[in-house]
Design a protein around this ligand. Structure first.
Ligand code: BG6
Ligand code: MG
Length: 216
């Protein structure tokens, strides 16, 4: 088995907690369409693309919309979401995330972002984390969503590291599945009950040290 050479990070739920902003924007949209949207439903959208999220929300609300209408609705939700994340501050980075990124870079490992979000650039800029990533792969560059491994395979390729020498950090089941499908090691962030396939599960990056990555 090759030695670990790179770390690939999901963004939402691993580095920053943007789920609350997604929730507020989707809820506002659902309410305008005449139905409610719960936090439990929001949980099911973790790691899921914007377009697919809207399809699911409309089906839960029992509402049908044409493709053109769906495009307008997704755009409306995104404008509200962008309004909120435009005000994000570096303090909103999840506990230990910045320190862990610095530690893995200090240990000589490469880092890449592997996110489904098309807004990752804005979030990294607002939180000041951009310089800590050697490569950024996000919703603007991928054509297949998690659990497809494309986002992580592109990240490994951009870093010039073989997939088996990469560790992925993910909070969503679809993301853990994507990493495994790509032949990578995975550290799950969240509950071991949900992220069963992960090689190790922690509550947050604050619990981890780079040395632990060599024993996965
Ligand atoms: C993922 C989030 O990171 O990005 C999902 O977990 C979200 O909830 C997806 O739908 C797409 O994000 P965006 O910013 O492109 O709408
Ligand atoms: Mg996530």
């Amino acid at each position: 088995m090759p030695e670990i050479k790179a770390c690939l990070f999901d963004l939402d739920g691993v580095i920053v907690d943007t789920a609350v902003y997604h929730y507020r924007a989707w809820k506002r949209l659902a309410n305008e369409l005449g139905f409610d949207f719960t936090e439990e439903e929001n949980e099911k959208l973790k790691g899921i693309s914007r377009v697919r999220s809207l399809e699911l929300i409309l089906s839960w609300g029992g509402v049908q919309k044409s493709e053109a209408e769906q495009e307008e609705l997704a755009g409306r939700k995104n404008r509200w979401y962008v309004e909120m994340i435009s005000r994000m501050k570096p303090e909103e980075v999840l506990p230990g995330a910045k320190e862990f990124l610095e530690a893995v870079k200090g240990a000589g490992l490469k880092t890449a972002l592997g996110s489904a979000s098309k807004n990752s650039g804005l979030i990294l800029e607002r939180t000041g984390l951009k310089p800590l990533f050697d490569a950024i792969v996000d919703g603007n560059t991928v054509t297949a969503s998690k659990p497809d491994p494309q986002v992580f395979l592109k990240g490994a390729e951009a870093l010039g590291v073989e997939p088996a020498a990469c560790v992925v950090f993910e909070d969503a089941l679809a993301g853990v599945e994507a990493a495994k499908a790509g032949g990578m090691k995975v550290v799950g962030i969240g509950s071991p009950r949900v992220l069963k396939e992960a090689d190790l599960v922690v509550r947050g990056l604050y619990e981890l040290r780079p040395e632990q990555l060599y024993d996965l």
